[in-house]
Design a protein. Structure first.
Length: 134
């Protein structure tokens, strides 16, 4: 089992000269399900994610999500590992704050965009060149 905190930040100046920053914070609990001498592993994840976009320190957009995810990794050969993952938002909510007028509008994702679904999918492979000739 793992408790995790992940933070990422990105800042840029747009073509119009406005400053924009994006921050991502994730708190998660990850459980590894595995068995000895089996070439695959499964990870289950339950977490909370917060994404914040600030434009010119005036407009602040916040999107918060409770997520559930799984990662499956398989190693058919010693030198090759294949992985696939899916993360789905169980509940998403957010806010839009205008610091000039001092107003905050709470947003419910299901009400604002009915029929929409937030998810993150990953697929990949890892090749270990040290074990390639074995």
């Amino acid at each position: 089992c793992t408790l995790m905190i992940d933070t990422k930040s990105y800042s840029a100046i747009t073509a119009a000269g406005a400053s924009q920053s994006e921050d991502f914070t994730e708190y998660a609990f990850i459980a590894d399900l595995f068995q000895k001498n089996v070439p695959y592993t499964i990870k289950l994840k339950l977490g909370y994610q917060q994404k914040v976009r600030t434009i010119q320190s005036v407009s602040i957009q916040s999107l918060n999500s409770v997520v559930l995810g799984t990662d499956i990794s398989a190693s058919p050969f010693e030198f090759l590992s294949i992985f696939i993952g899916l993360e789905s938002c169980l509940y998403t909510f957010g806010s839009l704050t205008d610091s000039v007028s001092g107003t905050t509008n709470l947003l419910s994702f299901s009400n604002e965009l009915p029929g929409s679904f937030l998810f993150n999918a990953t697929v990949g492979a890892s090749l270990d060149l040290d074990n390639l000739n074995n």
